[in-house]
Ligand binder design. Structure first.
Ligand code: C5P
Length: 232
């Protein structure tokens, strides 16, 4: 199964999203709706995008007490979504509760655990009282997530080899932090891999935003990435 492309729909309004979705329709199957669009337009917008035929990755990074997360997963599980994120730092009990709620309301939904945000480094972890190095913490939280019933994680493509070693082979690894070989540097993503490198490392899905959103022809940029993934 080739690594799949997910478009991060990081635009401020649905008026800006509409032409983009029209252009990539039929090429890109997955769209990631994050906090920006969800807080602006809510579940109605998720349904609208799903009705256009896209598979939805809802990136809300849930992190709360088990009871509250259970209720949120029950509400969100009623939406036509295929992937949903939560913070593994919420702990085993929270993840098990989320998994039980997901099984009950939407058995097809894949819950993805976020380990350590890629904006955090060792120093940032020490600041909040975590003495481990980031890589160690990623492996630890990845194992806890899988032991708690999760079948997928979001991680940096640079962490994929480590997680592939630590976790069962069927765990889905979804990786943002992707840049095309032609566009080295230039924005806030620093530790990046190309689509082909991420696929070869063992990512099952890559999340790409700006390299497609800012391209003069977003559909052509998406097509190039899909072709690169197929060759990898
Ligand atoms: O524009 P770009 O390709 O950097 O977009 C990447 C997407 O993945 C954004 O929606 C960003 O919030 C998300 N993301 C990330 N790094 C993480 C988790 C999510 O870049 N560790």
């Amino acid at each position: 199964m080739p690594c799949e492309l997910i478009l991060a729909l990081d635009v401020p309004t649905k008026e800006e999203a509409a032409p983009l979705l029209r252009q990539i329709h039929g090429q890109v199957r997955w769209v990631k709706i994050g906090l920006q669009m969800f807080t602006a337009y809510g579940p109605t917008y998720v349904r609208e995008v799903a009705e256009q035929g896209f598979a939805i990755f809802l990136d809300l990074k849930l992190h709360d007490i088990p009871h509250t997360v259970t209720k949120a997963v029950e509400s969100l599980g009623a939406l036509p979504i295929h992937m949903l994120t939560l913070h593994t730092a919420g702990g085993g009990e929270m993840m098990r509760a989320a998994r039980a709620a997901q099984e009950k309301t939407n058995p097809q939904l894949l819950l993805l655990g976020v380990t350590v945000l890629t904006s955090m480094d060792d120093e940032g972890l020490h600041e909040i009282g975590v003495p481990s190095a980031a890589t160690h913490q990623v492996a630890r939280l990845g194992r806890l997530a899988v032991a708690s019933g999760l079948r997928g994680l979001v991680c940096s493509p640079l962490e994929v080899p480590l997680l592939r070693q630590a976790l069962p082979a069927d765990v889905q690894l979804v990786t943002p932090g992707i840049r095309l070989a032609s566009e080295a540097g230039g924005d806030d993503q620093k530790r990046t891999l190309t689509p082909a490198e991420a696929a070869r490392a063992g990512s099952t899905h890559i999340v790409v935003g700006r390299p497609i959103l800012r391209a003069p022809d977003p559909a052509a940029a998406a097509a190039r990435i899909i072709a690169e993934l197929a060759r990898a």
